[in-house]
Design a protein. Structure first.
Length: 319
């Protein structure tokens, strides 16, 4: 039954691509926001991808219970997933000020700040949660979150320390092993990384999430490509693609929505827009050095490119 529930969560719209997962799932282990009937309706509306209706229902519930910490975070996440980042930050700030000593809420806030790409504040929240409840059953998960953010911020030493403690608490934490393998690859310990990654693929087919298995295969493919093992690299990439194909429906939907949105934007932009942008640009104060914007569709490799550019001593990047 637990595995079935896990599978359902993957096929419902939240998360990074703004269309997958339940918002109110944030409230596990805390005072649930689902006590309000409008929240249940909002969740169902979100699953139908009727996002405007869902947010309207969330807002109505929050108006009746403005101090509910879970509801504050749930509504903030809904705002963030619909790109209303300013509104999301206001609610997160309210929750942060009201409940500074609530460890569970600090974890929820950390996840919300991470969603808003405010990694420094997310790290502060997870660290605060660990201070408030050092023996929490969620400690290994919080350490993993900290490690993944530090790895993304290129602080690999700190990330590895968090991972080692997390794996001491839970040796079967698959994502921790994957993140540690990524660090090993990035620091030149490719032999160790390959052993760890192959163990995830070979031992985790039954329990690991398909995304984790696929990412492990892609990491193996990157190492094989670097070693000039091109046929093996292609085989690993193909295997990873086959793993993801089984759960591709939500991603295909996201890709279709992104394409439709891009086409609407292309139709809406005219030459007048470019003329105004050019005129505004000419009025800006000249920068001491050049500036470039890097943008693309999600999951198309821009994060990797940004990390590569950021490694140059004369470049500064902001994600």
């Amino acid at each position: 039954m637990a595995r079935r529930k896990k599978k359902q969560q993957k096929n419902t719209p939240t998360g990074k691509n703004a269309h997958r997962g339940k918002i109110a799932a944030a409230g596990r282990g805390h005072r649930p926001s689902t006590a309000d009937p409008d929240v249940g309706k909002a969740i169902r509306a979100w699953e139908r991808r009727d996002f405007d209706r869902a947010i309207s229902l969330y807002e109505r519930a929050l108006k009746r219970d403005p101090g509910n910490p879970v509801l504050l975070v749930d509504v903030a996440r809904a705002y963030a997933l619909r790109f209303r980042f300013v509104d999301a930050e206001l609610l997160i700030e309210r929750a942060f000020r009201r409940y500074p000593d609530d460890a569970q809420l600090q974890i929820m806030l950390g996840r919300s700040f991470e969603q808003l790409q405010q990694f420094d504040r997310a790290i502060a929240c997870f660290r605060r949660a660990l201070e408030l409840q050092p023996d929490s059953r969620q400690r290994a998960g919080s350490l993993l979150q900290l490690a993944m953010m530090h790895e993304r911020l290129h602080d690999l030493d700190s990330a590895e320390e968090f991972l080692e403690e997390a794996l001491q608490l839970n040796p079967n934490l698959v994502k921790a092993n994957l993140t540690l393998a990524v660090i090993e690859r990035r620091t030149g310990r490719t032999n160790e990384a390959v052993v760890r990654l192959k163990a995830i693929v070979e031992q985790g087919q039954g329990d690991a999430e398909p995304e984790v298995i696929a990412r492990s295969l892609y990491q193996i493919a990157a190492i094989q490509d670097q070693r000039g093992q091109y046929n093996e690299s292609y085989a690993s990439l193909t295997e990873g693609k086959q793993v993801l194909e089984k759960i591709s429906a939500p991603y295909r939907y996201d890709a279709d929505q992104i394409t439709r949105s891009a086409r609407r934007m292309i139709r809406a932009v005219t030459s007048d827009h470019f003329q105004r942008w050019k005129a505004d640009g000419n009025r800006l104060k000249a920068l001491p050095s050049g500036i470039a914007f890097l943008t693309s569709h999600p999951r198309s490799g821009t994060t990797l490119l940004e990390q590569a550019l950021d490694s140059h001593p004369q470049l500064i990047s902001a994600d």
